[in-house]
Design a protein around this ligand. Structure first.
Ligand SMILES: [Zn+2]
Length: 228
């Protein structure tokens, strides 16, 4: 038998920095969690490391680099995000960037917003995208350097398994014993934020099925030795 998740509550962090690889990760992945943090009274800022220009999805006409920056800023406003920093590292090639450079950006962004904690994707990258893994490596290293707790967004292993089966997508999940927080969320603002990303929120995308399978729960793991 698996152990139950340890907590149903988010840590009470006054200011949170979300570290993501692509515009849309803050909405498709972390949207409901960001909304929940804000509901606890936290300010949430976002550091997005690429413009998402290499996406294979192209739901609307135009240059993805510019389109996706606009989508990110619109979504951030919907979610109530305080500040967005968008770096210009190459989409699809974050793993080729020196970790110390990425860590420097995360630390600077964390200082700028007075973050007391970081949120990111799980170190597995969740969807298997190497950029997601690299962004989280940077968040974890920055957390260690700055003495900040780092929470990683993950999927229950059953949900990851279903998505892998139905879409052939390399999702990575964790079982209950490895999930530290399972929090009840509202998806209302997340869905509105997702709608701000028409270039990516295309019909038939695995995103919709994932949200359906997750229902009103999101799952997090401590990526840092430091826990709130
Ligand atoms: Zn992404």
């Amino acid at each position: 038998m698996n152990a139950r998740p340890q907590s149903t509550l988010l840590p009470s962090w006054g200011s949170v920095l979300a570290v993501v690889a692509h515009p849309d990760d803050e909405s498709f992945g972390l949207g409901a969690i960001i909304d929940s943090f804000i509901a606890t009274g936290a300010r949430v800022s976002v550091l997005c490391l690429t413009h998402g220009e290499a996406s294979s999805l192209h739901g609307v006409e135009g240059e993805l680099r510019d389109l996706r920056e606009g989508e990110l800023r619109d979504a951030a406003q919907v979610l109530g995000i305080t500040n967005v920093r968008l770096a210009s590292y190459p989409d699809g090639a974050l793993a080729t960037i020196a970790l110390e450079d990425l860590v420097g950006d995360v630390v600077a962004a964390a200082i700028a917003c007075g973050a007391v904690g970081l949120i990111a994707f799980d170190i597995s990258g969740v969807t298997g995208h190497p950029d997601h893994i690299r962004a989280t490596e940077a968040a974890v290293a920055a957390g260690a350097t700055s003495g900040l707790g780092v929470l990683g967004w993950t999927l229950p292993v059953e949900v990851a398994g279903r998505l892998a089966e139905e879409f052939g997508a390399p999702f990575v999940g964790h079982d209950n014993g490895e999930i530290h927080i399972a929090v009840e969320v509202s998806r209302t603002l997340q869905m509105r934020a997702v709608a701000c990303h028409p270039s990516q929120a295309v019909p038939g995308s695995v995103l919709w099925r994932r949200l359906e399978l997750l229902g009103d729960l999101e799952h997090l793991r401590w990526m840092s030795s430091l826990r709130a």
